[in-house]
Design a binder for this molecule. Structure first.
Ligand code: ZN
Length: 156
């Protein structure tokens, strides 16, 4: 995954980055990205006291084991990753639409939105990886076309 390093960031950890205390169900966690875009997870108590505050951060709760997480849709996720290496507008649009699709399918969750740079930070729930998606302007009709095209590809 070396080539995706700038887009796919490492997954979540099982313990606090600062005090190394393991996370438990129901714990409140703060995750943030450092200047090199490394994902760092720490407990609520360590956040801001023993860490440098990252600009991009989000809070979340360790889900209970009973919580149903949909099984990963590997095909759609793989498809999404395929668009990560392309930087042309058409690929950016497909990537954005796929991100919305995967969010709706509960495969990814939006953790942070940077309004200044129009950048969205999604977490892939099955792996904890953070994926950076550019928010691009798409006309509704165009979005429908792209989505039906993508869905057709996914059914193949
Ligand atoms: Zn801690």
């Amino acid at each position: 995954m070396q080539e995706n390093l700038d887009i796919f960031l490492p997954g979540r950890s099982n313990c606090c980055h600062v005090d190394q205390i393991p996370f438990n169900e129901g714990d409140e966690i703060v995750s943030f990205l450092d200047d090199e875009l490394n994902r760092i997870d720490c407990c609520k108590d360590c956040w801001g006291k023993k860490t440098n505050k990252g600009k991009i951060f989000w809070k979340w709760i360790i889900p209970k084991k009973k919580t149903k997480i949909p099984p990963p849709d590997f095909q759609a996720l793989e498809y999404f990753k395929n668009y990560c290496e392309e930087e042309d507008l058409s690929s950016l649009k497909k990537r954005f639409i796929l991100a919305m699709y995967l969010e709706r399918k509960k495969q990814m969750v939006l953790r942070k939105k940077d309004k200044k740079t129009h950048t969205l930070y999604f977490e892939i729930l099955s792996s904890g990886q953070i994926s950076v998606v550019k928010e691009v302007a798409i006309f509704p009709q165009e979005a429908d076309e792209i989505l039906s095209e993508l869905v057709a590809c996914l059914k193949e």
